[in-house]
Design a protein around this ligand. Structure first.
Ligand code: SAM
Length: 335
């Protein structure tokens, strides 16, 4: 079917929208302590998850409206059968020039080569500790560290470059490992990225004291491995970039709490059950599944996306006194 051509999506604050995150499942094979998924009673019934064809149709219409980057996430995206073909099909849309997958890495040893054959998406692996016993406690999954490290190695061996490793830092939990993570990045051909903990946790235990800020990360690494800030690849890139002064790679820091980047936000999110979210912290979702399953044409969908983008929030409002945490956690929104 012909892709619908309309004006490139822009919100009412003048931000161009060219980045889409698609959550392809709310299921996860880890049960991380701060996320608490992997409990079947929390899962959306299968019939309510979009089918691959439905995700693809949404992506194709949005590609006609200027979406150029797609991130495939979840839940754990590698758990859903057909994800490799989906990535291949995203590439075949033609206009999407950057496809990436965010994964916990557990299934990468079995799947990295197939992913490379499907169009070599960029891969980001989440890893919240360098200590095997601690990581098993965080993920509540035995031998998770060994499997994830093997997954990172498989991704590198399959030629999936760059491989990035995301670490959510929580004070008193893994902030004693910052230098160890920097060392891990230097030893392997990977970019480690430190992420500030956000109020999207299942227990609503988040508070500002738990956030390890970008400045603290730099101040901790710099005396051991001197760092120099380098420009972002693009204005809307979420990560601040620093290179090691001795040339042995770089790190990223994603600091939505201490250095919000909402002014440059170019993102939309599609949840596994077919809701569009215009911000991680949106309190309102826009139901595209209903449209897709009730005869909407591609033009109807494009009009819908134009209207939805117009409602994109100015910013996340974490700092406001009346901030309200969204009901869904990252595993359901799509991290
Ligand atoms: N299963 C995939 C993975 O592990 O990367 C994708 C989904 S997971 C929800 C995406 C990322 O969100 C992970 O890196 C996870 O650590 C992060 N995350 C979950 N809750 C978070 C929070 N409250 N603040 C910051 N990051 C969070």
């Amino acid at each position: 079917m012909r892709a619908v051509e309309t004006k490139v999506l822009q919100d009412k604050f003048g931000r161009d929208i060219h980045d889409l995150r698609i959550s392809v499942t709310d299921r996860c094979n880890f049960s991380c302590v701060y996320c608490k998924s992997a409990d079947p009673k929390n899962y959306v019934p299968h019939r309510d998850l979009l089918t691959w064809d439905e995700y693809l149709r949404v992506a194709r219409v949005l590609a006609g409206q200027g979406i150029r980057k797609v991130r495939v996430t979840g839940g754990e995206p590698l758990l859903r059968d057909g994800v490799v073909e989906f990535i291949q099909n995203l590439h075949q849309i033609g206009r999407i020039d950057d496809v990436a997958i965010t994964t916990n890495g557990y299934l990468l040893p079995e799947m990295a080569r197939d992913l490379a054959a499907a169009g070599s998406p960029r891969v980001t692996v989440s890893l919240d500790s360098t200590d095997p016993a601690k990581f098993a406690r965080i993920t509540r999954t035995p031998r998770s560290f060994e499997k994830v490290m093997a997954g990172i190695d498989s991704a590198l061996a399959a030629g999936l470059k760059p491989v990035k490793v995301n670490i959510v830092l929580v004070r008193g939990f893994n902030d004693d490992e910052i230098v160890e993570f920097a060392r891990l990045g230097r030893q392997r051909d990977i970019v480690v990225r430190f992420i500030e903990f956000m109020p999207l946790d299942a227990d609503h235990a988040w508070n500002r004291n738990l956030v390890v800020t970008a400045k603290e990360v730099v101040d901790t690494i710099h005396p051991v491995y001197p760092l120099e800030e380098i420009p972002r690849n693009s204005l809307s890139e979420t990560a601040l970039r620093y290179r090691f002064s001795d040339g042995q790679g770089e790190i990223g820091i994603i600091a939505p709490v201490s250095i919000p980047f909402c002014g440059q936000c170019s993102r939309l999110r599609l949840t596994a059950d077919g809701k569009i979210r215009t911000c991680l912290f949106s309190l309102h979702e826009h139901d595209v599944r209903h449209l897709v399953r009730n005869g909407a044409t591609d033009t109807d969908l494009a009009d819908f996306f134009t209207k939805v983008v117009h409602q994109k929030e100015l910013g996340h409002r974490i700092d406001e006194p009346d901030f309200v945490q969204p009901k869904r956690t990252m595993v359901y929104i799509g991290g």
